[in-house]
Ligand binder design. Structure first.
Ligand code: FAD
Length: 389
């Protein structure tokens, strides 16, 4: 490597050790084995698969068993410097410095792979502060500890993560109540009939649904917690898990003066509004799209790595269906783009359901496949237009 490449102007600093941070490092290393890379993270720096958090209970996996590679293994495997348990509190664009709880340091190129926070509803009641969320491995360890030896879990939110946890918990012999403002499960991803199918399948294995309502307060009571719903009903449980959605982590970017919208705004080369600062993953927004899923991160990392090394590369997104990990009724969704004009056509097949969202001229714009129909995933994905050509 030449002298220039080792200077701090060229060195790459990445904030965040989630899938986005680690995948972009892997992609950089495929192209350049020696460029200096520093990874800064609040976490211990281990690598784990976040999607496993909502299926690990039935799989009888403890939090520690979900770590696939510890921090020192990642550092040697990828030949990087990891600053773990290090919190970045500010980015100074003018001087190209970042400020952490362990001191300041310069950056050459900076990647924000900061992820997203679980949204929290402001709730009333003496036990409101005990509501759990699971968004990383530490949360998962705490969740496991809190539900150990308990029986009844209430989940706030019937979206993808809420449904996955509901299925995982009933398969592990918990009693599960799911509460959602919407009239149906996975309301943003599925047409009504498909949603009813999923809800009734999960109901048949024990999930109790409370739609069109929300939690007003959670109070301690003898032997557990009492949930008061907005519809006047009350439920009794031992723990409450909130899974009502994610909001990209924007504070650092906003304070540094970077352009933000729903996410940190980046162009097709994944560059933010500030020179030499890039972003990807759950915190980033490209072309109005914030896609907090694994496949978009893989695509973004493949485009970002060459850009960081000076080879201009534009991000593209093919259609990227998402698997909903509900083993009681496997489900795959590729929702139509927001505001797409068209209609859902739903067909029941043996042990499954196919829902196609078609434009007026019959082009497939989205789909949902349930049960046996999930075998059609590859064929239908080929028919879909790319999300970002
Ligand atoms: C329970 C669950 C199940 C899921 N299942 C699926 C699935 O089946 N399929 C799918 O496609 N997607 C799934 N997802 C979504 C997918 O896991 C995420 O899109 C992905 O893991 C996000 O990776 P990320 O690196 O962008 O963010 P994160 O994993 O959140 O990483 C962010 C990193 O930034 C660090 N950080 C943030 N701020 C700072 C700071 N100021 N200083 C230092 N470090 C900081 C954090 O500590 C963390 O290391 C699931 C998500 C959850 C929660």
């Amino acid at each position: 490597m030449n002298q220039e490449a080792t200077s701090s102007q060229e060195a790459i600093t990445i904030i965040g050790s989630g899938l986005a941070g680690y995948t972009v490092i892997r992609e950089i290393r495929k192209l350049d084995k020696t460029i200096p890379i520093t990874l800064i993270t609040r976490e211990p720096g281990y690598f784990y698969s976040k999607p496993m958090l909502s299926t690990a209970l039935a799989g009888k996996k403890e939090a520690s068993q979900l770590v696939s590679t510890p921090s020192d293994g990642m550092a040697s495997q990828l030949d990087i410097n990891i600053l773990a348990q290090t919190d970045v509190s500010a980015i100074q664009i003018d001087t190209q410095q970042i400020v952490t709880n362990k001191g300041s340091m310069p950056y050459g190129k900076l990647v924000l792979a900061l992820g997203a926070d679980q949204i929290r509803l402001p709730l009333q009641g003496s036990a409101a502060a005990e509501v759990l969320t699971v968004n990383d491995l530490e949360d998962y360890a705490k969740f496991r500890q809190q539900i150990e030896g308990k029986k009844r879990i209430a989940i706030l939110g019937a979206g993808l993560i809420g449904c996955e946890f509901a299925n995982d918990l009933v398969l592990s012999a918990y009693e599960v109540d799911v509460i959602d403002m919407a009239p149906q499960a996975l309301g943003r991803l599925l047409p009504e009939k498909a949603s009813q199918e999923l809800a009734s399948k999960l109901e048949s294995v024990g999930v109790r649904w409370h739609f069109n309502t929300t939690i007003q307060s959670i109070d301690h009571q003898e032997g557990g917690l009492k949930i008061s719903l907005a519809n006047g009903r009350t439920l009794t449980c031992d723990a409450v898990l909130s899974a009502i959605g994610l909001k990209p982590r924007l504070d650092l970017a906003k304070a540094a003066g970077l352009q933000t919208h729903t996410g940190i705004v980046v162009n097709r080369e994944l560059e933010t509004s500030a020179k030499n600062i890039y972003s990807l993953g759950d915190c980033a927004e490209v072309n109005g799209l914030v896609l907090p899923y694994v496949m978009p991160i893989m695509q973004a990392a493949r485009a970002l790595a060459p850009n960081l090394l000076g080879q201009k590369t534009a991000l593209t997104y093919p259609a990227m269906p998402v698997m909903v990990k509900t083993p009681s009724l496997p489900t795959i969704v590729s929702p139509p783009p927001k505001d797409a004009a068209g209609t859902w056509k739903v067909e029941r097949i043996d042990d499954g359901l196919v829902a196609r969202f078609e434009s007026g001229d019959g082009h497939l714009l989205g789909f949902a496949l349930l049960g046996a129909a999930t075998s059609q995933r590859a064929a239908l994905t080929k028919e879909l237009p790319p999300l970002l050509a």
